[in-house]
Each structure stands twice: as structure tokens, then as C-alpha cells.
Design a protein around this ligand. Sequence first.
Ligand code: NAD
Length: 479
Amino acid sequence: MAVCPSNPNVIGVSNPRTGRSDYELFLPDIAEIAAECARLRNNQAAWCAGGLDDRIASLTRFANVLGVHRDAILEALATDTGRWVLTEMELDGLTGYIGARCSHAAAVLDEPVGGNVQKVSFRQQYVPYSLLAVISPWNYPLILSFLDAVPALLAGCSVAIKPSELTPRFIVPVQAALGDVPELDAVVSILGGDGNTGQALIERSDAVVFTGSVATGRKVAKAAAQAFIPAMLELGGKDPAIVLESADLEAAAHSIMRGSIVNCGQACFATERIYVEYAVYDAFVEKLCSLAGEIEINYPDIRQGHIGPFIFSRQAEIVQNQLDDAVEKGAKVMTGGTIENHEGGQWLRPTIIVNVDHGMQIMREETFGPVLPVMRVGSVDEAVSLANDTSYGLSAAVFGAEQDAEAVAARVDAGGIFINDIDLVGEVGLDAEKNAFKCSGLGGSRYGPDGILRFVRKKAIVHRHDKPDEISSLAGINT
Ligand code: NAD
């Protein structure tokens, strides 16, 4: 990504498979952002007044028209990200997610009543934020642009989405799909832009959901505090996996390999640290190394292989620097370890490293690459203490006999703990709520009922049915 010297309002966007800039993103100016926010805000009242059934019908039509625009969306998103299979999964995941959220919304948004009809009763009214800003990252550009937008729209908000400037190609075909559902187009906008666009949106919104790095999350929180609006922050992770003596090592190795290499490791929930009990460490590392040999990169055919390229070259640099730091401090690379350049794209095969410790960046900083640092631990207590030795608290995994793993899970300081697999939240995410702990986020659960309810303010309308209290009740006994 580079600003075009002849026009500072245009950004050149790199293609992950070639490293060449082959797309231009036009940055909106402040007047355009303000006009778009005003348009969305003006249309929100009618969207909300139309009722939940109409909103569900519109979103369902949107899910269907995504199918009509499928080829164009896949082509653009695959160019943004350099991978095909996960791109299909992203689009299919989004249509499935819209359907699932729609089918749960009525129960979640049912406004409670309570109290005592003889004395004092209440009705809870849910008042959606008029305009929600959604700022999304480059690693899953489509799904992370809509994961919060869909429940917010169901709640009755209008939504301005600002995807990452590193992966903007998918915007045009998705906007075309939105255009086929005019009443939805009236309350949703996808604005290509950079950090300044994000800041301008925050200033004009009533709430913001931000998915991205901790460093930018702090800036978003600051801007939101200035604007006095809530900031819901979904940030980075350094997810640990703990492998207990009682684990099925074959199954654990499979899950951990998959969880580490998914999207070339460019996933907030990727497994980035592995702690293995002493007795099973050698056998586990052997299984992991043998699995690594079966993993292919998706070069030269984007539709083959398990691992795509790094989405941009800076990410490859970060991973290389962490690997160099680890090796300098005594780590041993068992597999992978060398970033391969093919026709300008950069790939890394599964990189298993041992002899690692918490003095190394690779065990402390978010890596975002297909790297599996494995550490031998002498006890369960040591594993838990190392797993918690991090500023992050997104999620974690424990592998072992159910009761042993459950006991360990209760001690790990993170919002989602997956037993005997990785990243299970998607499978129960409409029911189970999950906060991000520590620096991994702030502001309610993006999953479960709270994933919708965090976009409304709760108003209590309270009725007095019997006689109000007497003024004399305020007076002291002797007056
Ligand atoms: P980033 O913080 O660099 O950028 C994210 C978004 O913020 C982009 O759209 C960017 O244009 C925008 N932005 C940049 N500066 C801004 C500013 N000052 N004000 C407002 N917006 C601004 O993050 P990234 O590199 O795109 O994404 C990777 C990070 O996202 C990783 O840390 C990853 O763990 C995290 N992530 C978290 C989750 C989650 O669910 N917790 C999911 C995916 C990714």
C-alpha cells in the first residue's frame, strides 16, 4: 500500500500473490464521509420503525443476492487475500451467519416486561444506536466487515463499514449486492479508506466496533472517548494450546496444526504457543513435524494447497523478525522457517520451532504467521502459568481427558477456552457469549445474545399503578 505521488487521495494496493500494486483505492474526503453518515442517519428511523420482520426479510434477501454476485465477490476477495478455499468459506460463512442471526433475533430482541401490575411495573425498550461505525481488518475482510454489522442492522441501527485499505477490492461487488436490496442499501455503506477515514467516521457515529490491532484499538478508544461514544474493541491474540499427558496426541496435533496455519496464521484466534507436558512432548513434536510434511502452499495454483501467501509484505517481515530473534536466542527450527518468494508473493510453510522460552518475541508478541513454537513443561501448573503469562486473553485450547482439561480451562485467563479442538466458538456462537480478556478487547461479547444486544441502549419505562408515596414519608419521625 502506498500513497500515489501524483494524487494523495489515491492509495495503490498490493496484490499478495505478486507483491505488485495493481489496484487503486480512492480515499473519500471529509465532505463525502459526512454526507454518507448523514444519509445513513436520516434513513435509520424508517429502518427501525419498519420492524424486525422487515429487517429480517431485507437481510435474508441480501444473503440471497450475495449468491447472485458470488463470482465477482470471490474473484475480488481472493485477489485481496491471495487464497481461494478460505475465500469461499468466508462468503458461505457470511450467508450462513446472516440466516442464523435472523432466526435468533426475535427471541433476543423480545423486550422484557416485569414488576408488579398492582404496584410498579416496567417495560424495557431497546433503542438502537442510530449510526454504528464498523472498522475492520485485512485478514478476513468480508466476514469481519459484517460480523457485527448484521446483528446491529437487526437491532435497528444503520451501519457505516470501513474495511482495511490493504484489502479493498471486495467492496465494489459487495456494494453491488447491497444495491439489489434498496432498503438495506439505504442504511448500510461500505466506505473504502484508511485510518483517517476511520477517525472521521468515529467522530460522526453513535458507537464504534473496531476489529484490529491493540495499537490502533487504543487510538480508536481515545477518539471514541473524545466523541463520548462506546467503543467495542475486538483486538489481537496470542492464543496458547496446552497438551496434557492424557491427550489423544494424534488428534491434538491435527487440531493444533490446523489452528496455526489457517489463513497463513493470519487469524486472531490462531494457535501461537504450545505447551506440552513432559512425558508426551517428544511424541507430540514428532507427530506435529510429520504432519507439517503434508501441508502444501497454494502456489502456483490458488485453488490448491493449505496455506496462502502473506497478505502484505510487512506481515512477512514481522514474522521473519520474530523467527530471527528466536533463533538468535537459541530456538531450533524443526520444519519450515524460510519465507519463500514466488513471483513476488511470500509464503511460509508450517514452521515448528522448539527450545523456545518467554524471553523470545515469538512467545510474547502476536506473530500472525504459520508458526508453531512448542515448549516442554514440567507440570500442569507451569503450563497454566506460562499460558497466562501474556498481555492477551482472546482464547486458548486445552487437549486432554475431559475432566483434566476442564479443570485446566477454568484456570486459563481468556474469553474462550476450547477443549480438544481449536476455535469452537463459531459452532455455538449464537448461544455462547465470550468476552475478550486483557488487551484482546473491550465492550461486551460479539457472540451470543449480547452480540445483538450490545447495539441497543436499554430504556426502562416504569409505571406506577397504585398511589404514589406520600411526601410525609420523607419526614423524620418527630416532625
Ligand atoms: P489495524 O489495527 O492495522 O487496522 C484495522 C483497521 O483500522 C483498518 O481498517 C485500518 O484502516 C483502521 N485504522 C487504522 N488506523 C486507524 C485510526 N487511527 N482510527 C481508526 N481506524 C484506523 O489492524 P490490521 O493489521 O488490519 O488487523 C490485524 C489485527 O486485527 C491483528 O492484531 C488481529 O489479531 C486483529 N484481529 C482481531 C480479531 C478479533 O476478533 N479479536 C479478528 C481479526 C483480526
